[in-house]
Ligand binder design. Sequence first.
Ligand code: ZN
Length: 179
Amino acid sequence: MNVKNVLRKSIAIALLLTILIVPALSPANHAHAYNVDFSWRPNHLDVGFGISAGVITKFGSTFANCITTWNNNTKLEVWTTSSPWITDTMVYYSSSRTGNYGVAHDGGASITLYADMDDLTTTQKRETLVHEAGHCLGMDHTQPSNNNIAVMREIGFNNKAYPLSDDIAGINFLYLFVN
Ligand SMILES: [Zn+2]
């Protein structure tokens, strides 16, 4: 076998793989919009979020209640408390500006909200927290074409501080077999 034949065979195999793999991947990527992250899923339904004193001081005592909108139309039983030691996720406030409004860390163990949130409306601040809580519940960013049906859009706001249809579909898939 000379080199040309080997090359030709490699190209043929590459083409065959492309033909086989592309259709196999495409329906999986586009059959639904949401993306889930099983490694961040708490794997139980009663998920507690501890609200730090810094968040309450900055945003008020009822601000973080928006996290419980993840219970809407899902079987989750999300709750919030100011007792930090018994929760799945802690929510902190940092007076630093970082270029991010909020970040979810460490597989969902904590959320930090930043002073960049000063630039947002009240609804957008809540939408940011609902979004970060969504990461801690196992939701990744949705695909951009579905931004208007997802609080888990990567960029921008819907000005609705609760999960939308794509988010709810993702949670219902993610927790389908969790009791
Ligand atoms: Zn995000």
